[in-house]
Design a protein around this ligand. Structure first.
Ligand SMILES: NC(=O)c1ccc[n+]([C@@H]2O[C@H](COP(=O)([O-])OP(=O)(O)OC[C@H]3O[C@@H](n4cnc5c(N)ncnc54)[C@H](OP(=O)(O)O)[C@@H]3O)[C@@H](O)[C@H]2O)c1
Length: 244
């Protein structure tokens, strides 16, 4: 028996990296999973890699019309949602003094505004006892030069989790933040040279970046009844980097 038998999960930005690893694991555990991404070819490839129990819906998690279309599709095909994982996010390094309005708006537009409206628009479809997971970043807990916009855009999630779990208490909906440290996703592998990777690894106690599968298992914990008494938590999965 799977930990998510008969459940419906929606994962934004699920065509690569941690969220794709999570989508595969959720399906292995019995869920039907909807994944999203902007590029149709990457979405098609992810759907075929997962193989069954998955529906791909093309769309940008920062675009509110795309979010409406996503949840209309979910409603039409499955009716309701048990697990909502707002994972789509990203950012780029820029030091204070050099940050453009466009960079600020793009980062907050996806990580903060997009995440906020992903949850708000899903609300009408969420079943009682549903689990909401947002992907944060340990950048919001540290003091990494160049990452203030990204860190700020992720920090909002912790405040939202606390308010929302109180607003949603009668529906027994749990809201948690999954906060990874550096994880070697295919996209990171493509952009990090050896020097940059070594710099990331130098601050991780085990001196090795995380693997997407190590975040997927944390997401499964938060998605399933294994975490039925866990609510409002920021679960930091960064190998102890923040603790140092
Ligand atoms: N990797 C890390 O070290 C790390 C550390 C801490 C936190 N995080 C956070 O973890 C989450 C996932 O990161 P990741 O590195 O695993 O993923 P990723 O490899 O950067 O991206 C995963 C997928 O998300 C899709 N995506 C990106 N922007 C999107 C958007 N606006 N709307 C819909 N889909 C979108 C991408 O497909 P398309 O390009 O086709 O849309 C991509 O295939 C993000 O929120 C990120 O900020 C990452």
């Amino acid at each position: 028996m799977g930990k998510l038998d008969g459940k419906v999960a929606v994962i934004t930005g699920g065509t690569s990296g941690m969220a794709l690893a999570g989508a595969k694991l959720f399906v292995d555990e019995g869920a039907h999973v909807f994944i999203t991404g902007r590029r149709q070819d990457a979405l098609d490839e992810a759907v075929s890699r997962i193989g069954h129990g998955v529906t791909g819906v093309q769309g940008d998690a920062a675009n509110l019309d795309d979010l409406d279309r996503l949840f209309e599709t979910v409603e039409r095909e499955k009716g309701s949602i048990d697990v909502l994982w707002a994972s789509a996010g990203g950012g780029e390094a820029a030091a204070l003094g050099e940050i453009t309005e466009e960079q600020f708006d793009r980062t907050f537009g996806l990580n903060a505004r997009g995440t906020f409206f992903t949850v708000q628009k899903a609300l009408r479809l969420l079943n009682d006892n549903a689990s909401i997971i947002m992907t944060g970043s340990n950048a919001s807990l540290g003091a990494f030069p160049g990452w203030s916009v990204y860190a700020g855009s992720k920090a909002a999630q912790q405040a939202w989790a606390r308010v929302w779990l109180n607003e949603l208490r009668d529906r027994r909906i749990r809201v948690n933040v999954l906060t990874p440290g550096s994880v070697l996703t295919p996209m990171q592998e493509a952009v990090l040279d050896e020097g940059a990777k070594a710099a990331f690894e130098s601050i991780i106690p085990r001196r090795q970046m995380g693997r997407p599968e190590e975040i997927a298992t944390v997401a499964l914990f938060l998605a399933s009844d294994d975490s039925s008494y866990v609510n409002g938590l920021e679960l930091v999965a960064d190998g102890g980097t923040t603790a140092l």
